[in-house]
Design a protein around this ligand. Structure first.
Ligand SMILES: *Cc1c(COP(=O)(O)O)cnc(C)c1O
Length: 369
């Protein structure tokens, strides 16, 4: 019995009737862009996140770029971001015309290290922490440094829908959060989608303009914009999933607890933890092992869909290859990139599947021991 890294079919089946009904409604009206489903989703997701506003967008990378632009970040501005993240975080900074300033992460949770941020904050205008693997970056500490240096804070919340830090949800620690509804995310559409959450009405309005050709009134374009609206069809899917997201995140938490119990006494497997003040929504369950590539190959050969998030640190990707960074600049990120291993985790994963993963991982690590 193979175990996939993610099984989106379970969620699809749970909402099939609701999506069919919603799509029929959209097809009947032929209102494919905007309309009541988009507006309703924005209101519902803002409320879910504890924010006043949400603007639905075409994808998460645009969400981060537009949030930065709407917060006044552009050419000449340094934006601090963690070296350990998905490449899109850096793309968004570069596409806003700003300059990425990478900082290392802490060894325990692989989240932006406030001490590393403090070292570069004086040369930056903004900070873009990433709520990685389903838990928030240490926002209280980051906020304090940002306030001291008057940095704009924009959160990358692509992996953290429903997560909180000291009870505050995404977009509540910064000017705004950008998030992604890529299919595999905790809240995933049936294609590309994203959005921002914020308490700042003026910022939300600027993001909405950027996403709609720089326009609020048809054929009036006071600023240069883009085309990155949330599709109505995706809004229908997202509304159906959002109704179940708290329950599905709870299933992720239960699955993470089960892995922690199954793997507690396995030598050579370092388990992920929850940072202080965090409610974790377990987008990914990332353990660390020695000889990771060999362990991963053995798991994959046994039909276990384990993966790596992410094998190449951001400073060695194409967009930043010329920025002059060396591996030695981010020792924690670089070491972790060789050790991290994402285990299958999704709402609906069974106890039997998790036991099989734990058994295969225990064997693979023992074989290398
Ligand atoms: C998925 C993701 C993004 C980008 O989202 P897209 O919708 O694919 O553009 C940005 N940052 C992080 C951390 C992500 O995981």
């Amino acid at each position: 019995m193979p175990v996939p890294l993610v099984d989106l079919g379970i969620q699809r089946d749970r909402i099939a009737d609701e999506v069919a009904e919603g799509l029929a409604r959209v097809l009947a009206t032929t209102a494919f862009i905007g309309g009541p489903d988009v507006t309703a989703f924005e209101e519902e997701f803002a409320a879910f996140s504890g924010r006043a506003h949400c603007v639905g967008l075409g994808n998460g990378t645009d969400a981060l770029e537009f949030a930065l632009r709407a917060a006044g970040i552009g050419p000449g501005d340094g934006v601090a971001l963690p070296a350990n993240t998905f490449v899109a975080t850096a793309e968004a900074v570069l596409r806003a015309g700003a300059t990425p300033v990478l900082v290392d992460v802490d060894d325990e949770h692989l989240l932006m290290d406030p001490a590393a941020l403090a070292e570069v904050a004086g040369g930056c205008r903004a900070v873009l922490p990433v709520h990685l693997f389903g838990q928030m970056a240490p926002m209280a500490a980051i906020r304090e440094i940002a306030d001291r240096h008057q940095l704009v804070v924009v959160e990358d919340a692509a992996q953290a829908q429903g997560a909180t830090h000291h009870g505050i949800g995404i977009g509540g620690w910064g000017a705004a959060a950008g998030t992604s509804f890529y299919p595999g995310k905790n809240l995933g559409a049936y294609g590309d989608a994203g959005g921002i959450t914020t308490d700042d009405a003026a910022l939300a309005r600027r993001v909405r303009m950027l996403a709609a050709h720089g326009s609020e009134v048809k054929y009036q374009h006071p600023v240069l914009g883009f085309n990155s609206r949330l599709d109505t069809v995706q809004a229908v899917v997202l509304r159906a999933k959002l109704r179940r997201l708290a329950e599905w995140n709870a299933e992720r938490v239960a699955a993470a607890d089960r892995y922690a119990a199954l793997l507690a006494d396995v030598p050579g497997v370092r388990l992920p933890g929850v940072a202080a003040g965090n409610e974790h929504v377990w987008h990914l369950y990332v353990v660390r092992v020695a000889q990771r590539d060999a362990v991963l190959a053995e798991l994959n050969a046994a039909g276990i869909g384990a993966g790596i998030h992410y094998p190449v640190p951001v400073h060695h990707t194409g967009g930043l290859a010329d920025a002059g960074y060396a591996h030695a600049d981010f020792p924690v990120t670089v070491r972790a990139a060789g050790e991290i291993l994402s285990l299958p985790l999704f709402p609906g994963i069974t106890v039997a599947q998790q036991e099989r993963v734990a058994e295969a991982l225990t064997a693979a690590v023992a074989h290398r021991g």
